[in-house]
Design a protein around this ligand. Sequence first.
Ligand SMILES: [Zn+2]
Length: 193
Amino acid sequence: MSAPALTRPTAPPLADPHAGLPASAIGRRKSTLEIITLYVIVLVPFLALGAVVPAVWGWGLSWLDVGLAVGFYYLTLLGVTVGYHRHFTHGSFKATRPLRLALAAAGSMAIQGPVIQWVADHRRHHAFSDRAGDPHSPWRYGTDLRSLLKGMFHAHLGWLFDRRKTNQERYAPTCSRTAPWSPPASCSWCGRS
Ligand SMILES: [Zn+2]
């Protein structure tokens, strides 16, 4: 009787990242122009920063520069977390029209897409959290170290380059029919849909 053959453990096979999604979950595709614009907006500031650091190192960085960097970082961060996420997606609190406008503008500065698209993406994320169908699951590529690093990149930035957009009509129907600057009393935009 021969010994059983030993097989090397393998990583789980790549799941189809959109398996099991309802047909109406995906809306229109991102155009090539949108993708190119996204690359330019994401890459050019990094390249510019890389180019300027050696040129001005030791004399060119003032407290004003530091203040602008930190200030705008927190402005966009609050725009996404407080505005896009808590207010517009989940309707966690009420806001006056000027505040809604300010939150929408600050959130849009994070380059994560227009507010209504973000709301639809995030509601799809909650519907399929960390499973196939989640637009930005960190588990997308598997569980070994390399796959997790790829997944981390995808969850933070890579998902923005996915051409398949979440269908706004399915995941954010009241938002897609009105505007974020509509007075709160006149519509249910957006967290109460
Ligand atoms: Zn959420």
